[in-house]
Design a binder for this molecule. Structure first.
Ligand SMILES: Cc1ncc(C[n+]2csc(CCOP(=O)(O)OP(=O)(O)O)c2C)c(N)n1
Length: 680
């Protein structure tokens, strides 16, 4: 661990090592470019020609030096002040301008602001506003490099403010435990919005935290471009050779407001005076003059050339056509398109389901899931499984028991208890073209990985066209006396988030086929598995590798008195009820997927009886039943002979005692609701 002591009085000490004059000059151009762009942007902002952004003026040496220290095909995870990453990776400036203007031809088709975008071509991952989550994605990319034995690192940025987030801890801990080649860079610029460092952390320096994670770290002068470049080059070599992460704290200062509208009143002026003397561009220019690498005329010339280039690129940017709003395209871009492989597996699944009773062997729900997962691992060498205790132990429900022997520990990975980091790592693996499955030990624990799912996984394709090939398996549901935090039905937390597919099988055949479909799908899928069904439900399961189409419901029973629309355990409650009440002709539809919903199947179910009961184990308020009821009211009113009714669990947390739990569950009110509907 090395701490750098900032001496505000001493001149900046540049060490050229073995750099040629041409190298020094190249570095100068790279450093100057983002500074001059931002100076121009300040003018344009005042003229009302572009929208606000987060300035990196005074911090450029970090972004530029870090990017120059890496190979161009190594992933970088920049934040909101890191224009230098984008310019150093040679992204065309006119396209960057289009991005900042919200133009169609920018990197996010007008869907994202300033620097919240990425480009897989440039190996730059777009941040989400939440700062810390970004760090965990770098773990996933580094894991992909490690598994492929590539000599590469991932590099992620955070501000000192972002280090207070749990994701910082999780990301560093996972990187350390898994020996991942990741460089974590803290840009310590003194303030997080208006919050000074003494209100952000109590340790003497942030780099000291490295020791706590069992990794090396160094604190450096972030305004000295040669120090940054040399340090990160060395650290990159270390990370690759030793297969370890490394923490670098770059000391710098935010020379402008948090963003251009917020001012800097809260910053004592002496700090600006001090740091103005440490300006990375001016100091480096000074050094080049002293070294005789440049003369003042050369500097003036270079500045003129850069200015001209900026003006030319600006013109192209400003000449871009106005944005064309096309709702269909907007909706289309929420998900990545399905591959032909998935489509043909779905066809196979459809054929097999026609020969339902003859095609397979009798299997329990849990065994069908295991088989689906196992075959997916065999079919997709790039698929990696992650979860707590899923390796030798086989997972809390033993679904992955024996997998380590078959697939090895690289692909069947125990994780520390850090759901957010593992969802992030799963997305990182996907950035590198891998597939990832994460097992939540219990669906309840998804709340601590929620942000990554709803903001990172769900939105990434719409935001900048990057798919998220991630499946999260969610052992869910009550009925096993497990109390409030091991029993929840939380599928509706996700159904309102565009960009997620939500799958919830009720039979072994569907469980296997839908899991294969989910794992083959390039989009993020939340896969709900009802724990009470694991060992209580059996059925025919073909040995083939087949998929059940996500978004297609299944008619379980046909009838014309009432139509029960349900999913998961509800399917079995309804089916049992229908068998016990032959006097009522009950039609049952199993939704199988809650996002996308199969509206045609819902319409057909309404038409068959004109009386609809929506049944789910989830609590009533905000359950998916409300959404389906609203859709039926809007689109199927003419076929209804009675109001749409819902039968759901009580709006309470889930009680532990079996008697209370039974009373809580929707099943307790099924008979009463059916009678009410029949009597209407
Ligand atoms: C989870 C979350 N909380 C709050 C914010 C609002 N916010 C945006 S940037 C910022 C300050 C971040 O400080 P730091 O990490 O030091 O980076 P800096 O802006 O100084 O570069 C805050 C509070 C946010 N974007 N995300």
């Amino acid at each position: 661990m090395r701490n750098f002591v900032i001496n505000n009085e001493a001149p900046m000490d540049f060490l050229r090592q073995n750099l040629q004059n041409s190298d020094l000059l190249h570095i100068y151009r790279q450093l100057l470019f983002p500074r001059m762009i931002e100076e121009k942007m300040l003018v344009l902002l005042r003229q009302g020609k572009i929208s606000k952004w987060f300035s990196g003026i005074g911090q450029e040496a970090i972004a530029v030096g870090a990017t120059m220290a890496l190979q161009n095909d190594e992933w970088i995870f920049p934040l909101h002040r890191n224009l230098g990453v984008f310019t150093t990776r040679n992204m065309p400036l006119h396209k960057l301008f289009m991005q900042w203007q919200g133009n169609q031809d920018g990197y996010s088709k007008g869907r994202e602001r300033s620097f919240h975008f990425g480009s897989s071509t440039h190996h730059i991952c777009g941040m989400i506003s939440h700062l810390g989550p970004q760090l965990t994605l770098a773990d996933g990319v580094a894991l992909a490099y490690k598994l492929r034995k590539q000599e590469k690192v991932a590099l992620a940025f955070t501000g000192e403010g972002g280090t207070s987030e749990g994701d910082f801890h999780e990301a560093l801990n996972v990187a350390a435990v898994w020996d991942l080649p990741v460089i974590f860079i803290i840009e310590n610029n003194g303030y997080g919005l208006s919050t000074p460092t003494q209100e952000q952390y109590r340790c003497a320096s942030l780099v000291e935290r490295a020791r706590g994670y069992g990794m090396e770290g160094v604190q450096i002068d972030g305004n000295n471009i040669l120090t940054v470049l040399d340090t990160i080059k060395g650290v990159r070599k270390y990370c690759i050779e030793h297969q370890k992460p490394y923490l670098i704290e770059c000391m710098t200062f935010r020379m402008r407001g948090h963003e251009e509208a917020s001012g800097t009143k809260y910053v004592p002026s002496h700090l600006f005076e001090t740091w103005e003397k440490k300006d990375p561009v001016k100091n480096y220019e000074q050094y080049l003059l002293q070294e005789g690498v440049l003369r003042q005329e050369d500097i003036d010339d270079i500045r003129t050339q850069v200015k001209q280039h900026i003006e030319q690129e600006l013109q192209i940017g400003f000449n871009a056509g106005a944005i064309e709003v096309d709702t269909e395209k907007e909706l289309d871009d929420v998900f990545a398109p399905l591959t032909d492989k998935v489509k043909s597996l779905q066809q196979k699944g459809a054929q097999l389901s026609n020969q339902f009773n003859t095609a397979g062997k009798e299997k329990r729900f849990i065994d069908a899931i295991k088989e689906g997962l196992q075959q997916s691992m065999e079919q997709n060498p790039e698929l990696v499984l992650m979860g707590q205790d899923i390796a030798e132990y086989g997972g809390a429900f033993k679904i992955t028991e024996g997998f380590v022997d078959q697939f090895g520990r690289d692909r069947v990975r125990n994780t520390p208890i850090c759901e957010s980091a593992i969802v992030g790592a799963a997305l990182g693996l996907s950035l590198e073209g891998k597939k990832a499955m994460m097992e939540m030990q219990f669906a309840d624990f998804v709340s601590v990985g929620f942000n990554q799912i709803v903001n990172n996984l769900a939105k990434i394709h719409y935001r900048w066209g990057q798919h998220a090939d991630v499946v999260i398996r969610m052992p869910t549901g009550a009925g096993v006396g497990a109390g409030p935090f091991h029993s929840q039905s939380n599928e509706a937390w996700f159904t309102k988030v565009p960009g997620l597919k939500i799958v919830y099988p009720s039979t072994p055949f569907d469980a296997k086929g839908l899991l294969i479909a989910a794992l083959e799908d390039p989009n993020p899928v939340m896969f709900f598995e009802h724990k009470a069904l694991y060992r209580s439900v059996s059925g025919q399961v073909p040995e083939d590798y087949y998929a059940v189409e996500i978004g297609k419901a299944r008619q379980v029973r046909s009838g014309d008195d009432i139509s029960i629309i349900t999913y998961g355990a509800g399917v079995h409650w309804a089916d049992d009820y229908a068998a016990e009440h032959p006097e009522i002709s009950i039609d049952i539809t199993d939704l199988r997927s809650l996002a996308p919903l199969d509206y045609e199947a819902i319409r057909a179910a309404v038409q068959r009886s004109g009386r609809v009961l929506l049944l789910h184990e989830d609590t009533l308020i905000g359950g998916i039943g409300g959404e389906v009821a609203a859709w039926i009211a809007e689109h199927c009113f003419a076929w209804l002979d009675a109001p749409v009714m819902r039968c759901a669990s009580l709006d309470t947390p889930i009680p532990f005692s079996i008697e209370l739990e039974q009373n809580f569950l929707a099943k307790a009110r099924l008979h009463e609701t059916v009678q009410k509907l029949m009597a209407y």
